[in-house]
Each structure stands twice: as structure tokens, then as C-alpha cells.
Design a protein around this ligand. Structure first.
Ligand SMILES: CC(C)(COP(=O)(O)OP(=O)(O)OC[C@H]1O[C@@H](n2cnc3c(N)ncnc32)[C@H](O)[C@@H]1OP(=O)(O)O)[C@@H](O)C(=O)NCCC(=O)NCCS
Length: 146
């Protein structure tokens, strides 16, 4: 019924997955480099083919995703973890997270530094996978230009 694909979704699907899951919307100009410039990107699709099965609104559709931004040496930052609301709580987010972590385990040199910014909806999932708070460090951001 679901297929884990070791590639990014299309640009339209990426932008739609972010928007529909409640993450901040991005423009095509922002999204396109995320698809080509990530160290690793995967997504989950429903079975079927939308072109061959136009009656089924959910046929062959990207419904969950996640990616890793990295230098490939030691720093691995997980981003864009999202599942469409109507497909949540079926284990798809966990499947994507496990795939990302497996990729790091398989390809990274020893002792990788793996981070993410945990929005509230994902915290329990991340904690259950072994992620911990970075205290006494603190995640920070700056809005540019300023
Ligand atoms: C965070 C997010 C990606 C999780 O996606 P998901 O596909 O629902 O994740 P999972 O189904 O693997 O796990 C989520 C919960 O469903 C539960 N679950 C998994 N399979 C289940 C099933 N068959 N039946 C009922 N519950 C189930 C899990 O135990 C987990 O419960 P918990 O939150 O109480 O720990 C999703 O909530 C989301 O997209 N949120 C909005 C975007 C966002 O904030 N992303 C995080 C950015 S850091």
C-alpha cells in the first residue's frame, strides 16, 4: 500500500507536503535547491498511479518525507519531517526517520553529530528514537537580511 522511495518527491509535492502538514510554506525558488542539494532525501508514496487511476484522489501520491542536510563528514541535520494529516499516526513518520538514521549509520564516518529542531508534533517520536535535548546548548536562529 505504501512505498518508501530513496529520492525526493517532486517540487510540487514537496511544497504541498510542507504546507498541508503545517510547516511554514516555501516558494518554488526556496524548495528546488532542497531537492537537489540534500545529502539524502526520501519520501513515502501511496500505491497506484494517479494518471492511470484518476478516480482515486490518493493514488500514487507523496504522503510523508524527510531529508538530511550534511557535509557527509560529521555534521548531519535532519529536516522536513512531515506526514500529510490524513496519513498521520500510521507509522510513516517513524519509517522515514528510521530510514534517515540507517543511511547515516551506513554511510557516515564514525561518531556522526546528528541534529534536528524538534517542533512539538514530532518530539515524542524523536525521543522514542533516542534523540535528547541539547542543553546546556540552545538552538538559535537569526532572520536575514537585517
Ligand atoms: C511529526 C510527524 C511527521 C509524525 O508523523 P506520523 O507519520 O504521524 O508519525 P508516526 O505515525 O510514525 O508516529 C506518530 C504517532 O503515531 C503513533 N502511531 C504509529 N502508528 C500508529 C498506529 N498504527 N495507530 C495509532 N497510532 C500510531 C506513534 O506511536 C506516535 O505516537 P506519539 O506521537 O504519541 O508518540 C507528523 O505529526 C507531522 O507531519 N506533523 C506536522 C509537521 C511537523 O511538525 N513536523 C515535525 C517538524 S520537526
Amino acid at each position: 500500500m505504501y512505498r518508501l522511495v530513496d529520492e525526493p518527491p517532486s517540487l510540487d509535492e514537496y511544497l504541498d507536503l510542507r504546507r498541508s502538514s503545517g510547516l511554514s510554506p516555501k516558494t518554488p525558488e526556496q524548495g528546488a535547491p532542497a531537492l537537489t542539494g540534500s545529502w539524502y532525501f526520501c519520501h513515502v508514496r501511496t500505491g497506484g498511479d494517479a494518471a492511470a487511476d484518476p478516480e482515486r484522489a490518493d493514488a500514487g501520491r507523496a504522503v510523508a518525507m524527510g531529508r538530511i542536510i550534511s557535509d557527509g563528514g560529521w555534521y548531519f541535520h535532519i529536516a522536513d519531517i512531515a506526514t500529510r494529516p490524513e496519513f498521520q499516526r500510521q507509522g510513516l513518520g517513524r519509517t522515514v526517520m528510521n530510514r534517515l538514521l540507517d543511511e547515516i549509520r551506513a554511510k557516515a564516518p564514525a561518531d556522526p553529530y546528528v541534529t534536528l529542531i524538534a517542533d512539538p508534533p514530532g518530539r515524542r517520536l524523536y525521543e522514542s528514537l533516542g534523540f535528547t535535548d541539547v542543553a546546556p546548548s540552545l538552538g538559535m536562529r537569526i532572520r536575514l537580511p537585517d
